[in-house]
Design a protein around this ligand. Structure first.
Ligand code: NAD
Ligand code: MG
Length: 370
């Protein structure tokens, strides 16, 4: 069997390291064409030495060397596991060349979903989701007709504060927000899970990845994170994908297609799980999710870009101690209220809007700190 030639963007991060764990267990199936990270030079060097990779790059100085790698290396698949809007360029370059994209980075789809997916259709590149909910939906939709779908249900853990009373949220800090009950992930997405902006970003991600009407998307809080999402069909059937909350399952699924790979995840034991609970999200508690739903309803990418950019700044500043937990939603709401944006069809417009929204969000943070 010929090996899949894979490039990994963000190899030193949480997803990137787990992707390398999967490759370690399936050495005969993969050849790593390149590795790229933002910083963490030491770890990147270690990874390159372990897997015998010659082409490595640090993106901290700009995306040029990464773009060159994606354009010039021999590749069958690129895993984009960078965090934030930095995922747009590698995702675009990959599909633009007609190469299959295993996409963990949701922010690129939120900001430029239609642009990236339209281009993928033209070049014949597949975009395979790595995000666990979207991997679940993808699996539930395999062999189905999209017109038979009645509802798509994204499950959410509820994040670090799911059991925290609303009136205590004014006092929570960074270390508490980073204490996720079910998943071990990078810091940005862990804060996004606490605010449930993560689910907001994922609704938009689902809207574009599967080309589904926003009105049939729903969110259910499921504290055990065993059901990773579900799809309901017109005949009363609901299909769901279940497993332990371990990203190696969706990562290996995206990397192995059409085969499933052994990835070190133990089989689900329903007796050990015991019970599955579900509840409705409280939109007063999760202001960020409510904001994302408003943006989703508008269905223009302008507000999506602005929301994503403002969220990145707000979370960055929260992690630095410059914004309170509740201030995150305030920064996003204020930034959204300043922009009256439409629907953009070029990446230049996406980058320009992203840049302006970041400036506005930074200004909002400064003003809040008076
Ligand atoms: P992380 O912070 O652990 O790692 C991010 C990686 O991206 C690092 O290797 C970093 O060096 C690299 N990076 C940052 N900026 C870059 C740039 N400009 N160019 C190239 N590389 C860059 O983040 P993570 O938790 O692994 O998340 C990565 C992405 O996957 C995010 O979009 C996140 O929402 C998504 N995701 C993560 C998980 C998870 O379990 N961690 C689950 C679902 C989706
Ligand atoms: Mg997810």
């Amino acid at each position: 069997m010929t090996k899949k030639r894979i490039g990994i963007v963000g190899s030193t991060g949480s997803i990137g390291r787990q992707a390398l764990d999967v490759i370690r267990l399936n050495r005969e199936l993969f050849d790593i064409s390149f590795l790229c990270a933002n910083s963490s030079e030491e770890l990147l060097k270690e990874q390159a030495a372990e897997f015998g990779v010659d082409a490595v790059c640090l993106a901290a100085g700009g995306a040029q060397s990464l773009v060159k790698l994606i354009r010039e290396q021999e590749l069958d698949l690129v895993l984009v596991a960078a965090v934030g809007a930095a995922g747009i360029v590698p995702a675009w370059e990959t599909v633009n060349r007609g190469i299959d994209l295993a996409l963990a980075n949701k922010e690129s789809i939120v900001a430029a979903g239609r642009i990236i997916l339209d281009r993928a259709k033209e070049t014949g590149a597949s975009v395979i989701p790595v995000d666990s909910e979207h991997s679940a939906i993808h699996q539930c939709l395999m062999g189905q007709r999209i017109e038979d779908v009645q509802k798509v249900i994204l499950t959410a853990s509820g994040g670090a504060f799911r059991n925290t009373p609303n009136d205590a949220l004014g006092h929570v800090g960074v270390s508490e927000a980073l204490n996720h009950p079910n998943w071990s992930m990078g810091s940005k997405i862990t804060v996004d899970s606490a605010t449930m902006m993560n689910k907001g970003l994922e609704l938009i991600e689902a809207r574009f990845l599967f080309d589904i009407d926003p009105s049939i998307l729903d969110v259910v809080i499921h504290p055990q994170s065993i059901i990773h999402s579900a799809v309901q069909f017109i005949d009363g059937s609901t299909l769901a994908q279940l497993g332990w909350p371990d990203m190696r399952t969706p990562i290996s699924f995206a990397m192995g297609l059409p085969s499933r790979l052994e990835c070190g995840v133990k089989p689900l034991d329903l007796f050990e799980v015991g019970r599955l609970d579900f509840r409705k999200p409280d939109y007063d508690k999760y202001r960020c999710l409510a904001l994302a739903l408003e943006v989703l309803k508008k269905d223009n990418n302008g507000p999506m870009i602005v929301m994503n950019a403002a969220n990145e700044i707000a979370v960055e500043q929260f992690l630095l101690g410059n914004v309170s937990y509740l201030g995150i939603a305030e920064v996003i709401e204020e930034t959204l209220s300043i922009f009256d944006t439409g629907d953009f069809s070029t990446l230049e417009e996406v980058f320009e809007t992203d840049k302006k929204a970041r400036e506005t969000a930074r200004y909002s943070v400064k003003r809040m700190n008076g």
